[in-house]
Structure formats: structure tokens, C-alpha cells
Design a protein around this ligand. Structure first.
Ligand code: FES
Length: 104
């Protein structure tokens, strides 16, 4: 299937080190902004026990899950350290200030 790029808002809609949730059918996607204005999108569902990653703490290019502190890479969706698991991640690109989310 081909990828569809969907405009989901502007960079300034997301606070630095914060996240915004976007619905895609039944799925919630958390879109994060880092201190250096990189934007990452992963499913809002921790690979451990489905914690809401959008409410976690962003640091470097990772988020720490608010429930049991697993650290998830926003680039790959992989759990870091000794924890094993992966959350689905989505490509993001910018069109000026507009964030485009790659869905398929
Ligand atoms: S649900 Fe995320 S660390 Fe447990």
C-alpha cells in the first residue's frame, strides 16, 4: 500500500518536549516534539502494558512511559536498555511549519 501524508497541524501546536494525540481509526498516535524541534510519531501505547506514551517525559529522542518508566526510542519505537518491545512508529516530514504524518 502506498503511503499517504496527512497534515496534522503546525510545529507550534506541540509544546517543546510535549506531545499531541492524533486519531487514526481506532488507533491513537502520539506526536512528539523534542528540544531541537524534531518531530516523531509513535502509537500512544507502551509496548509494556499499553501506557499512554503521550503523557510521558521526553528526553533526548526518547520518551519515558508514565506508568513503569520504560524508555522508548521515538526514532525506532524500540524499548531501551534491558526491556524488550517495540511500539509502532510512523514517518514524519515537515512542509514548512506544517507536520505531515505518513500513514498507510
Ligand atoms: S506500560 Fe509503559 S512501562 Fe509499563
Amino acid at each position: 500500500m502506498s503511503q499517504t501524508w496527512v497534515a496534522i497541524g503546525d510545529l507550534t501546536d506541540i509544546p517543546i518536549l510535549g506531545a499531541r494525540c492524533v486519531k487514526n481509526g481506532d488507533m491513537t498516535i502520539a506526536v512528539f516534539r523534542t528540544t531541537d524541534d524534531q518531530v516523531f510519531a509513535v502509537e500512544d501505547k507502551c509496548p509494556h502494558k499499553n501506557g499512554p506514551l503521550s503523557q510521558g517525559i521526553v528526553h533526548d529522542n526518547c520518551v519515558t512511559c508514565p506508568l513503569h518508566n520504560w524508555v522508548i526510542s521515538l526514532e525506532t519505537g524500540q524499548a531501551q536498555g534491558a526491556d524488550e518491545g517495540q511500539v509502532r512508529s510512523f514517518p514524519v516530514k515537515m512542509d514548512g511549519e506544517t507536520i505531515l504524518l505518513g500513514l498507510r
